[in-house]
Design a protein around this ligand. Structure first.
Ligand code: NI
Length: 147
C-alpha cells in the first residue's frame, strides 16, 4: 500500500531557476575556451556552493606551491598534465582528474598546452599559495574573470 503523503505539510514550491539566474542554456566548455588565449590565467565559468569552477590553459612549468587551507581539483579537458610532488608525479590525460589535498606541495607541468577545469574554494580566492608570489592567481571571487 502506498503511503499517504501530506501535501499540506510539504507543499510543492515553485522556485524559478532558469529565468532567475539567466541559465537558459548549458555552459559549453569548448566555447568558453575559445574566448581566451592567455595561459596560466584561470577564468571562472560557474560557482557551486562555496567552490568556483575555473577554466585555464597551461603550458610550461608552474612554481612549487601548496594551498594550506583548500583542496584543489584538476580535471584535464584536453592535453596532458604532469603534477609533480616531492616524492613523485602523476600524469593526467584528457578526461582524467586528480584531487590535490590541502597542504601538499605540488608543481603542474605541461609540455604542450593543456586545457584544464579546476575547482577552487571561493572564500580564499583563486589559488592562494603560501610559498610563492603568484599575485595574479590570488583573485577574489568578485573580481575573478568571468567568461
Ligand atoms: Ni595548486
Amino acid at each position: 500500500m502506498q503511503k499517504h503523503i501530506d501535501r499540506q505539510k510539504f507543499p510543492k514550491k515553485y522556485v524559478p531557476y532558469l529565468s532567475k539566474y539567466k541559465l537558459l542554456k548549458p555552459i559549453n566548455v569548448n566555447e568558453k575556451f575559445s574566448k581566451f588565449i592567455k595561459q596560466w590565467h584561470p577564468h571562472q565559468i560557474a560557482v557551486v556552493d562555496d567552490m568556483q569552477v575555473l577554466l585555464a590553459k597551461l603550458q610550461g612549468e608552474f612554481v612549487w606551491h601548496d594551498h594550506p587551507e583548500i583542496d584543489e581539483v584538476f580535471f584535464v579537458i584536453n592535453g596532458v598534465l604532469d603534477i609533480e610532488f616531492r616524492d613523485g608525479k602523476v600524469t593526467l590525460e584528457s578526461g582524467e582528474m586528480f584531487v590535490i589535498p590541502k597542504g601538499v606541495e605540488h608543481r603542474p607541468v605541461a609540455k604542450n598546452e593543456c586545457k584544464m577545469m579546476i575547482k577552487s574554494s571561493n572564500h580564499l580566492g583563486i589559488f592562494p599559495t603560501s610559498r610563492c608570489d603568484v599575485s595574479q592567481w590570488r583573485v577574489p571571487l568578485k573580481t575573478a574573470l568571468r567568461l
